[in-house]
Design a protein around this ligand. Structure first.
Ligand SMILES: Cc1cc2nc3c(=O)[nH]c(=O)nc-3n(C[C@H](O)[C@H](O)[C@H](O)COP(=O)(O)OP(=O)(O)OC[C@H]3O[C@@H](n4cnc5c(N)ncnc54)[C@H](O)[C@@H]3O)c2cc1C
Length: 283
C-alpha cells in the first residue's frame, strides 16, 4: 500500500457533518497505510459546477454553436483548459484510487460533484469511443462511491418505497465510472446517519475503518464485458447474438442494466460477485 496515491473527491458543506467524519477516517487510515492522500474539498474550493465556455482558454473552434464536449477535447489536446480542470486532471492521473465522498442528493450526487464529473472527465482525457468500459482509459485505476443517505436501507430494497439501490447506482457506477474504465469497488453506504443514534454512527465509522484496511485486496464489481457487444455503429453496440443465446439459459440478466427482461442479478451494484458464481459473466 505504501506509496499509493489516493484522491478523495469530497462534497459536503460542513466540517461538522457525518461526511466530514467519514472523510477524516479515510485520510487517517490510508495515510497510516503509507498512502499519499489528496482531498479535493469541492465546496471549500468553490468548485464551479456548470460546464461552460469559461472552461476554455483562447479562441473557440465554433463560437457560433458552442459544443462543450468537442471544445473541451480540443482545449485538452492543446493545453487550453482552465486551471481548475487541469489541476484536477493532474490529481486523477496520479491517483490509483479515487473515493467520491458525498451525501446522496436526489438519488444521485450533489450538483457540485456532478459538476466535477461533467468538467473533469473530459473527452479524450477520460474516455473516447474506442476507449470505453473494459477498454477504458482508467482501467488500471480503482474508484468507489462512499455516501450517506437520508433514507434507511429498507426504503432502498427491491420492495422498499424508493426501489432497489442497485438500480439507483447503475448510472453513476456503470455510466460514469465503468464507462471511463475504472475498476469499481463496491459502494460504501452510510444509511440515514442523521436519524441514527450515536452508537450506530460510531459503529458505521468503525466498519468503514475496518473495510479500508482491506480495500486494496477487494474484488471489483462485475460489469458486462465489452466483448459481449458488437462494437460498431452498424451493429448498434448491441449484445452479440451468440451471447444472447448463451444467456438464455441463465435465470438472471447479465447486470442491473443488461437485464434482458429477466430478474436483476441480486446486488449486482452493491456487492462483488465471487469469481465462481454462476451469474458471473465470462471474460
Ligand atoms: C437537496 C437534497 C437532496 C437529498 N436527496 C436525498 C435522496 O435522494 N435520498 C436520500 O436518501 N436522502 C437524500 N437527502 C438527504 C441526505 O442524503 C442526508 O441528509 C445526508 O446523507 C446526511 O449526511 P450528512 O453528512 O449531511 O449528515 P449530518 O446531518 O451532518 O450528520 C448526521 C449526524 O452525525 C453526527 N456526526 C458528525 N460527526 C460525527 C462523528 N465523528 N461521529 C459520530 N457522529 C457524527 C452529526 O452531528 C449528526 O448528528 C437529500 C438532502 C438534500 C439536502
Amino acid at each position: 500500500m505504501a506509496g499509493r496515491n489516493v484522491l478523495i473527491v469530497y462534497a459536503h458543506q460542513s466540517p461538522a457533518s457525518f461526511n466530514a467524519a467519514v472523510r477524516d477516517v479515510a485520510v487517517e487510515v490510508l495515510e497510516q497505510q503509507g498512502c499519499r492522500v489528496v482531498v479535493s474539498d469541492l465546496y471549500a474550493m468553490n468548485f464551479r459546477a456548470s460546464a461552460t465556455s469559461q472552461d476554455i482558454k483562447g479562441e473557440l473552434k465554433n463560437p457560433e454553436h458552442f459544443h462543450y464536449g468537442d471544445e473541451t477535447m480540443f482545449a485538452w489536446q492543446e493545453g487550453r483548459l482552465s486551471d481548475d480542470i487541469t489541476q484536477e486532471h493532474r490529481k486523477v492521473e496520479e491517483a490509483e484510487l479515487i473515493i467520491f465522498q458525498f451525501p446522496m442528493y436526489w438519488f444521485s450526487v450533489p450538483a457540485i460533484l456532478k459538476g466535477w464529473l461533467d468538467r473533469v472527465l473530459t473527452q479524450g482525457f477520460a474516455f473516447s469511443l474506442e476507449k470505453m468500459y473494459n477498454n477504458g482509459i482508467f482501467k488500471h485505476k480503482k474508484a468507489m462511491l462512499s455516501f450517506s443517505t437520508g433514507a434507511p436501507e429498507s426504503m432502498f430494497l427491491p420492495d422498499g418505497i424508493n426501489g432497489d439501490i442497485n438500480v439507483t447506482l447503475w448510472p453513476l457506477q456503470n455510466g460514469v465510472l465503468h464507462f471511463c474504465g475504472f475498476q469499481v469497488l463496491a459502494p460504501q453506504i452510510f444509511w440515514a446517519p442523521t436519524f441514527s443514534p450515536p452508537q450506530v454512527r460510531e459503529a458505521m465509522l468503525g466498519a468503514w475503518r475496518a473495510r479500508l484496511g482491506g480495500l486494496w485486496e477487494e474484488t471489483p464489481l462485475t460489469f458486462a464485458p465489452s466483448e459481449y457487444f458488437d462494437l460498431s455503429f452498424q451493429g448498434g453496440f448491441r449484445l452479440r447474438s451468440e451471447v444472447k443465446e448463451e444467456r438464455s439459459e441463465h435465470p438472471y440478466g447479465i447486470t442491473t442494466g443488461h437485464h434482458l427482461g429477466k430478474p436483476l442479478p441480486p446486488n449486482n451494484q452493491t456487492k462483488a460477485t465471487p469469481p465462481n458464481d454462476k451469474n458471473q459473466p465470462k471474460h
